[in-house]
Design a protein around this ligand. Structure first.
Ligand SMILES: *Cc1c(COP(=O)(O)O)cnc(C)c1O
Length: 480
């Protein structure tokens, strides 16, 4: 919920009170330099005790509610036929209106199962935009991904309310060109992650559905961030102002044949699921669950987590919760904009994204400006974000680097987790960094894994630029 102050300023309001806290700690800048060096300038390899605010991801890091926590105590640890699973099934049927529910341990596990069953070598998945793990699973099954995001989606500084929209003219052309037999599915990602948590509109989704129907192509929706997409439809798309988040989610889901989700995001728990109303799809996927995940009533998840997802499904359709992340992100992004820092606009649904190619225009893409910026932000604030640029792309089969459309540093804002003063502090430090951006240089590989290299790869700084940053920081702020 946002409230207007008497001076006209609008601020986000936490619609919860804090009952349990985890102590954080701000290491001195010398310690941060040492930590980032031993992490190979990869923020994934930092340890929690090196961090002040962990903004790497909103995946599994959202604060749970008292109701979620108490449901966990009721979990039924049966290997087969667990009561906890039937509660989840009922929640999915109630919120999504989908009859068949398949549990899997997280979002990528769903992607693995779906790709195994539906992606045949030489076929394509057409999507508004790829997600790292989705693309990896499709490629591992011999398929390829075609992204048909509209032009606005690739422009970081925009006023377009629905940058996650698919280009429907291109969609038709692409199907005609490739032949519908070679397209195994059309995938729409709600609150499109890699372009900055940007939503698609209901209208766009319905246009895509119409074309999919004409050609008889299966439609899949990645629902990991569905409540945020529904919140943006409610607040940005004419005709939806008076609908509830649940009604909007239902209407979205009615457009597709199958959904899957990482429950670690919108649902504020840890796990995943696939759901559909088609018995044929259910029957094809189900036998794979005991092979790769676990029995069909737990799918590799702890039953405690299953209980917390079931409650989280109901919480994520509460307007005050569905919008809470987006409103804090808007506050934080607007603060950075006031300081002149280039961020993705409109502010999105899972974090604030800084445009590293504008922040660091002197660093070439293959020296990873967004990766360097992630390291620099950590050094000057103790807060870690995640590189979402060319470092997050894997090499092509011939070993060539693949350039990302955008070089972004994502600072995730997990739901119900951080306070306004923490975000004020970070915005201030980033504005300082922006004024000292000439001190930052690129990164180069030391150890580069062959697949999803951004997770565990190690790099080093070109010309040891971290020491220049250290000196400037210490002369302005001392150790902190
Ligand atoms: C996080 C995410 C995934 C992967 O989910 P995990 O639970 O992290 O495996 C897939 N798709 C989208 C859109 C996501 O945001």
């Amino acid at each position: 919920m946002e409230v207007k102050l008497s001076n006209g300023k609008v601020i986000p309001m936490e619609m919860h009170k804090i009952k349990i806290v985890q102590q954080t700690f701000l290491p001195a800048i010398e310690e941060r330099i040492e930590a980032i060096q031993s992490a190979g300038f990869n923020t994934f390899l930092l340890k929690s005790h090196n961090l002040f605010l962990d903004m790497l991801t909103d995946s599994g890091t959202n604060a749970m509610s008292d109701n979620q926590q108490s449901a966990m105590l009721l979990s039924d640890d049966a290997y087969a036929g667990s009561e906890s699973f039937y509660k989840l099934e009922e929640a999915v049927q109630d919120i999504f209106g989908l009859k068949y529910v398949i549990p899997a341990h997280q979002g990528r596990a769903c992607e693995h199962l779906i790709a195994k069953v539906f992606v045949k070598p030489g076929t394509y998945v057409i999507t508004n935009y790829h997600f790292t793990t989705t693309k990896a699973h499709i490629r591992l099954c011999g398929g390829e991904v075609i992204e048909l995001i509209g032009d606005e989606g690739r422009i970081t500084n925009s006023h377009c309310p629905f940058k996650g929209n698919m280009d429907v003219l291109e969609l038709r052309k692409t199907i005609e060109k490739l032949g519908k037999e070679r397209i195994n599915s059309i995938r729409m990602e709600a609150t499109t992650n890699l372009i900055g948590g940007q939503p698609f509109s209901m209208q766009n989704l319905k246009e895509v559905r119409k074309i999919a129907n004409e050609y008889g192509i299966m439609m899949v929706m990645d629902c990991s961030l569905i409540s945020e997409n529904a919140y943006f439809i409610k607040t940005r798309e004419p005709g939806f102002e008076d609908k509830t988040i649940k009604e909007i989610i239902r209407e979205m889901i009615e457009q597709v044949d199958m959904v899957y989700m990482s429950a670690r995001k919108s649902a504020m728990a840890r796990g995943g699921l696939i759901a559909t109303n088609h018995q044929r799809i259910f029957n094809e996927i189900l036998p794979n669950v005991p092979v790769y995940e676990g029995f069909i009533t737990y799918g590799g998840m702890s039953t405690k987590e299953i209980e917390s997802i079931a409650v989280g499904m109901y919480e994520m359709v509460d307007l005050n919760i569905a919008g809470s992340g987006a409103e804090f992100i808007r506050f934080f992004a607007n603060r950075l904009i006031e300081y002149g820092v280039p961020v993705v606009t409109p502010p999105g649904g899972l974090g604030c994204h800084i445009d590293a190619s504008k922040f660091l225009p002197n660093i070439p893409w293959n020296e990873y400006p967004a990766g360097a910026l992630a390291a620099a932000v950590y050094i000057i604030s103790g807060c870690r974000g995640m590189e979402r640029g060319s470092l997050s792309m894997d090499r092509e089969a011939d070993g060539e680097e693949e350039q990302s459309d955008m070089e972004l540093l994502r600072l995730a804002v997990p739901r119900r987790t951080f306070t306004m003063s923490q975000l004020e502090f970070l915005a201030d430090r980033i504005s300082w960094l922006y004024n000292h951006r000439d001190l930052i240089q690129g990164l180069k590989w030391v150890e580069e894994p062959p697949v999803l290299r951004f997770f565990i790869g190690r790099l080093e700084s070109i010309n040891r630029w971290e020491y220049d940053l250290l000196q400037a920081f210490q002369s302005d702020f001392g150790a902190y």
